[in-house]
Design a protein around this ligand. Structure first.
Ligand SMILES: [Zn+2]
Length: 294
């Protein structure tokens, strides 16, 4: 397989996968159980998840390691199993991707702790815990890293630096924006892009967040300050609403995929889905892109 940066450099648009957490909940993962535990306790389900996105035509699948840092796993008493859970996740993704021309991205999410001075996590503390995770992902054999759902610029910086310490592989980073076009920590997309891009990224963009509008706005801002950078759009399938004790996202695959041409115009070269999106949504995105090389 060609290195992913070469494909992005040609202007090709790559499809990533859709949501993990919501799909695993539907498959029986109980609330409060970290999804990463299923890498060892229910591997068949993780394989099936990856397989569904590969069958939908995904070029990139993310390992089931969003909450796989020690700080995050400590919340459920699993902090001592970082290496085991991250390695198992990579092996499953690799196994699924074996017969597909697909890249395995080592997924790194937020630690779940507020950074100092608002919270207790120092930059060095974040760097240490994220480096430990990045090393485990690197050793197990990912093709690239994907830092996602970031809202704090310092935590994102720590994550990028952690990956650079662990590896020479390409790094993607995406932030999560709310309805006012800022992250939970008040960060604007253009500032995120200007601050982080010089650290050495292969793609930057938006994932998750408050439906489609903030992702479109974030891409607009990022494209304005980094017109040549490959951007990422990995939105939720609309806004969540509660139905009984279930969270529903009701954007149909067709409505979701209808945004694809606009994302591409705004510089998106990696398009996937976050909460509420399924393999059917990704199939629709793939169809919207078919034959399209910008
Ligand atoms: Zn999400």
């Amino acid at each position: 397989m060609k290195p992913i940066q070469e494909r992005l450099a040609t202007g090709e648009v790559l499809v990533a996968d859709g949501s993990t957490g919501a799909v695993l909940m539907d498959a029986g993962l109980s609330p409060g159980i970290p999804p990463e535990l299923w890498n060892v306790e229910n591997p068949a389900q993780i394989l099936a998840l990856h397989q569904s996105y590969l069958d939908a035509g995904a070029d990139i699948i993310l390992t089931n390691t969003f909450g796989g840092s020690r700080v995050k796993l400590d919340a459920t008493g699993l902090g001592g199993r970082v290496r085991e859970l991250n390695r198992a996740a990579v092996h499953l993704a690799r196994q699924a991707a074996e017969n597909h021309q697909a890249y395995v991205a080592g997924d790194i999410g937020p630690t779940g702790q507020l950074m100092a001075p608002l919270g207790k996590l120092t930059f060095e503390g974040a760097l240490e815990t994220l480096t430990e995770q990045a090393v485990a992902l690197q050793e197990a054999g990912v093709d690239l890293f994907w830092i996602e759902t970031m809202s704090d610029l310092d935590e994102a910086r720590a994550a990028v630096e952690a990956v650079h310490r662990a590896s020479d592989l390409p790094v993607f980073c995406s932030f999560s924006f709310g309805s006012r076009g800022r992250t939970m920590m008040g960060l604007r997309a253009d500032r995120a892009a200007e601050s982080l891009w010089p650290l050495g990224l292969s793609a930057i963009g938006a994932n998750c967040g408050a439906g489609m509008p903030p992702v479109l706005e974030a891409l607009k801002q990022m494209h304005a300050v980094l017109p040549l950078a490959p951007l990422i759009a990995k939105p939720n399938a609309g806004l969540p609403r509660l139905e009984g004790d279930r969270t529903i996202f009701d954007m149909t695959p067709a409505d979701f995929a209808a945004h694809t041409p606009r994302f591409v115009e705004l510089g998106a070269r990696v398009i996937g889905g976050c909460c509420g999106s399924t393999a059917v949504h990704m199939t629709a995105v793939r169809s919207a892109l078919t034959g399209r090389v910008v």
